[in-house]
Design a protein around this ligand. Structure first.
Ligand SMILES: *Cc1c(COP(=O)(O)O)cnc(C)c1O
Length: 379
């Protein structure tokens, strides 16, 4: 490690070079459409400062966050000269803060649109916005009729500077489902009424659908972080490594019970290691008795229930002297991907990533060099 690391029991290593490479891979893949970066939730838990820096350096000028607080944090950290769109839209009363900072709210409902227009009238200038259309997901966005009404309102352009017309796919990661083209058809029917406004439909998965789904801008999130949303995206580079220290090693006799509830019963003599990784570190408790840690390509199964701050693994496969207390084992890395862990935990990669939290020592790799980063609370 190039910069001195404070003592730590677990570490998260984020490869910003891989994030940059994944971004450029997406840029190339969706061209001539542009590729924006979705870095909501502290850049999917990885640290918005370092992730935004890598993306800005790679030429990204369009960022998406979920909340006003995240937009403000991004502005504080990275300055201006790029677009910040707030996907969750406007909380009541946040219009002035959003307008003064020059953020682009995604207006998701007729009432958000009305509030933004009212603020524009009082500010006596048109305010930037994205307009989101609900094309079938029933999550966020204007209905077909409300969108048409807006399109036909001659005063709208005086109040709202429309930067983007967008929708979101419910099943973009299932390319075979006909609902994707149904959403596309509904979107295009509205889009025809907004000539000259850039359009955006796709998230990471949609980037690997046919180019009719790319329009002017793709909003890529998870693919930046090395998760292939569909098998076609397998050339993305992995971004995270997670390692935890061994706190204690013991040998147990057959019949010995392990952990809360004493659920694991050793079938034979076993070498066990208790490591500094628990559900408070974002390692899901549903991996009790199921998942594994790894060491040099050897699988070390989790035995018993996962505690808040620790879990126990069976290291018998290594022989008794291959690991010692204080050594690190791999939780995420070359032997075990986010997709592996998500599958074992019966969840999705997004939930594993965003749950990793701020308890681990953090390191980033930038231009081939590793350095420790200070922790930062998410907005
Ligand atoms: C989170 C989000 C994205 C990014 O999704 P990924 O699947 O991570 O690429 C894009 N668009 C909207 C509206 C989102 O909420």
């Amino acid at each position: 490690m190039e910069s001195p690391a404070p003592p730590h029991s677990s570490r998260l290593i984020i490869d910003c070079d891989a994030i940059a490479a994944n971004y450029l891979r997406l840029v190339e893949h969706v061209a001539p459409a542009k590729c924006g970066a979705v870095i909501k939730a502290n850049a999917y838990g990885l640290g918005v400062a370092e992730v935004a820096a890598a993306l800005l350096h790679s030429g990204c000028r369009s960022f998406f966050v979920a909340r006003l607080g995240e937009a403000e944090q991004l502005r504080r950290i990275a300055g201006s000269g790029f677009d910040i769109t707030i996907l969750n839209g406007l909380d009541p009363g946040s219009e002035a803060a959003c307008a003064d900072a020059g953020f682009i709210p995604a207006l998701n409902s007729a009432s958000q649109l009305a509030a933004w227009r009212a603020h524009a009238r009082s500010a006596a200038r048109p305010l930037p916005a994205a307009l989101q259309i609900d094309t079938g997901m029933s999550r966020l966005g204007l209905s077909h009729d409300a969108a048409l009404e807006a399109a036909n309102d001659p005063v709208l352009a005086k109040e709202v500077d429309l930067k983007l017309l967008m929708t979101h796919l419910a099943c973009g990661d299932e390319p075979a489902r006909g609902v994707n083209s149904e959403q596309l058809r509904r979107f295009e029917a509205i889009a025809a009424h907004f000539p000259g406004v850039p359009k955006s439909i796709s998230n990471s998965a949609g980037a690997f659908l046919p180019s009719t789904f790319h329009r002017e801008l793709v909003r890529a999130g998870v693919a930046l972080f090395g998760v292939a949303p569909v098998p076609e995206a397998m050339s993305l580079q992995p971004v995270v490594r997670l390692e935890a220290r061994i706190l204690q090693i013991r040998n147990i006799e057959a019949g010995t019970r392990v952990g809360y509830g004493l659920e694991h019963i050793a079938p034979a003599s076993q070498w066990l290691a208790t490591i500094a990784m628990g559900y408070a570190d974002g390692w899901p408790r549903s991996l009790s008795g199921k998942g594994a840690a790894w060491h040099k390509g050897v699988r070390l199964p989790i035995v018993g229930r996962i505690s808040m701050d620790s879990l126990t693994i069976d290291i018998s496969a290594l022989g008794e002297d291959r690991l010692t207390e204080g050594d690190f084992v791999e939780l995420l890395g070359p032997a075990q991907s986010l997709a592996d862990v998500a599958r074992d935990a019966n969840t999705i990669t997004y939930e594993i990533l965003t749950g990793l939290g701020l308890r681990h020592a953090r390191f980033v790799i930038e231009k081939g060099r590793m350095r420790a980063v200070h922790k930062r609370a998410a907005a």
